[in-house]
Design a protein around this ligand. Structure first.
Ligand SMILES: Nc1ncnc2c1ncn2[C@@H]1O[C@H](COP(=O)(O)OP(=O)(O)OP(=O)(O)O)[C@@H](O)[C@H]1O
Ligand SMILES: [Mg+2]
Length: 298
């Protein structure tokens, strides 16, 4: 199997965690291997079909942001696994190249750091109920998906099962300590502001995103993934219209098809037609190309 073939499952020793999309393995020397497979979820269900090259897009997009922000926010990345460095990490499976990241293992801090630049999803639902998002009061009269005057930080718990619960900043301080909470908030906002500006110039609105941090050498370090379409809402700027739900840059063809096919959104999900798989793959490649300015390398 080569690096660009579809990969839905992994099989190697040292498995620590299997997420909906990524599999995490222990490596020697306190390192981890994070493998982004080509699995895709929609409406919270992992679909039976994979999306060619999606794993590579997730990993290389994270790497792009980690590279460009490392001087401002320390992160866990050591390298994207490829043919040139795999032997160094004792890995010989080409199916993992280009889609896996070797990282330093941190002690994860138990808070999801959500930043919202636009009023969408659970943020919009929260605002409609009481004019606040996670306890942050916003001006009256905002519309669905409206751009906020400035991005807001709305942390949530990291639930092992089911949905993460929003928490107040004070609750976050109680969980991780005031000093760390402060650093996590500042770093999250700085990362989001920078990336949202870069992406917007290139035709993609990053409406909101989620970061994770961990402790490494006593430092609050960015871990996990970074501003991928899986951890963020990406919207095409040329279709943006305030006051309504926005199409997803990456998943819209898929969602449209799943809604139209009569599926009841309970697992198992239906098998996707080739055309939907192909156009979804193309969307991921296009997101990568637009943001980085280069096609995804082979
Ligand atoms: N450098 C790191 N050190 C330690 N743990 C890390 C590091 N980077 C990421 N992690 C952890 O790896 C896990 C990745 O899990 P992943 O997001 O793939 O699945 P999940 O959170 O279990 O489920 P879901 O698919 O719903 O997100 C997270 O728990 C994250 O905290
Ligand atoms: Mg996760």
């Amino acid at each position: 199997m080569s690096a660009t073939d579809l990969l839905l499952t992994t099989d190697r020793p040292g498995l620590i965690n299997r997420g909906k999309v990524r599999d995490l393995f222990a490596l020697p020397d306190d390192r981890l291997l994070i493998v982004a497979t080509d699995r895709i979820s929609a409406f919270d269900v992992v679909l039976p079909a994979g999306i060619p090259r999606k794993g590579e897009v997730l990993t290389r997009l994270s790497a792009y942001w980690f590279d460009r922000t490392a001087a401002v926010v320390p992160n866990h990345m050591i390298a994207v696994l490829d043919a040139s460095n795999a032997a160094e990490y004792g890995i010989d499976d080409p199916a993992l190249f280009g889609r896996s990241m070797v990282v330093r293992r941190a002690q994860p801090l138990p808070v999801e750091c959500v930043v919202r630049g636009y009023l969408a999803g659970s943020g919009w639902a929260d605002y409609r109920r009481g004019g606040t998002v996670s306890g942050i009061a916003l001006p009256a009269g905002l519309q669905q998906c409206e751009r906020l005057f400035e991005p807001i930080f709305t942390p949530s718990t990291k639930a092992a099962e089911g949905h993460d619960e929003p928490i107040s900043y004070e609750q976050m301080e109680a969980l991780v300590g005031a000093e760390r909470a402060h650093v996590m908030r500042l770093r999250s906002l700085a990362l989001y502001r920078y990336a949202a500006e870069v992406a917007l110039e290139r035709g993609i609105i990053i409406a909101d995103t989620k970061f994770e941090f961990g402790m490494l050498d006593g430092e609050v370090t960015l871990i996990d993934e970074c501003m991928t379409p899986d951890s963020s809402r990406f919207w095409p700027v040329d279709e943006y219209q305030v006051g309504q739900d926005q199409p997803s840059f990456d998943k819209q063809p898929l969602r449209d098809w799943l809604e139209a096919c009569g599926w009841d959104f309970a697992p198992p999900a239906p098998v996707l037609p080739d055309e939907v798989v192909r156009s979804t793959s193309e969307r991921y490649l296009e997101a990568y190309r637009r943001i980085t300015g280069s096609p995804l390398p082979d």
